[in-house]
Design a protein around this ligand. Sequence first.
Ligand code: PLP
Length: 370
Amino acid sequence: MSKALETVLEIDLSALTHNFNYIKSKLQPDTKFLAVVKAFAYGSDSVIVAKHLETLNVDYFAVAYVKEGVALRDAGVTSPILVLHPQSLNFKTLIERCLEPSIYSHHVLDEFIKIAETQSQQKYPVHIKFNTGLNRLGFLEHDVEAIVSKLENTSSIIVKSVFSHLAASEDSKELAFTQLQIKKFKSISEKFKEKLKLQPWFHICNTSGILNYREAHLDMVRSGIGLYGFGNSAQEDKNLKPIASLKSVISQIHSIENEETVGYNRAYNATSNEKTATIPIGHADGINRIYGNGNGFVIINGKKAPIIGNVCMDMIMVNITNIECKEGDEVIIFNSENTASNLSQSAKTISYEIITSVSQRVKRIVIDAK
Ligand SMILES: *Cc1c(COP(=O)(O)O)cnc(C)c1O
């Protein structure tokens, strides 16, 4: 791996292959694999990730918004793409770019049928989303009949899949709740199967659902965080490899005296003669201010250097009093050894948040260390 001369996010495609194969090894051979590449593939790069996953024969992609699907189509991604949270404002674009909407309410269903009929679409693929306990988006079980009757009255759309989302699949304390969600979903599936002539696919598992609820894999699974190298448990983290490394470099080193202060609002106060390093990464790059004042750290020459004082927009200062280092040395914010999951815990957040926060200002570099 190359030494960083500026702040970069390295994306390791061999790690992505590893994670894909690991998750796939948990599935029955005929269970389809949908890769969730929303939010720039969890803060990495959705085009790079999606194109690589296409070479591994992934079956489907999902993004959150239409705009994210358009970016994939612009880059030449041809696999089917489910848009988890489309807005009717963007339905025309969605259809133009062959993106497939999640339909989660009667309002959205009516709007989509209207536009599909206006365009004389035939059998445009849609995905029906059910709420089984997350209470975020989705129809309820008692909506099945009304949905089916709307479907029977139009040939403009066809239900490609029916799905739901688990609220706490990573949490063993919520086993009973998750099993209840799965049971509800199975009951919804039965109703659909009875009433629809063409059989849609059914799916409910995200990464932790895949790993913890094998009985619920059904026709397809939807993996996000696992592909990026996190399994939401110490045990599963060991089986996966973080694909992204956030690296930077020491811009300047300062020797400060006892009682000098560092940074805005003089938030850090030296308690002895100390050494600090200034790193070109700040809250505009995704290092949230919560990581300041000793909550977060970076790694320099294998040692932890705490972030001192307030995180600035474009920089942080770290304490290197006990670290051998010089200007130009590499700084690791997170990588496969010092993981985003570790760093996130120090700020009481989760891996999902820190990896998706790396802003578009940070240069992405692909490495494929086979
Ligand atoms: C984001 C998302 C996923 C992926 O979840 P992971 O925990 O990252 O695997 C799956 N399904 C839906 C509906 C989502 O919004």
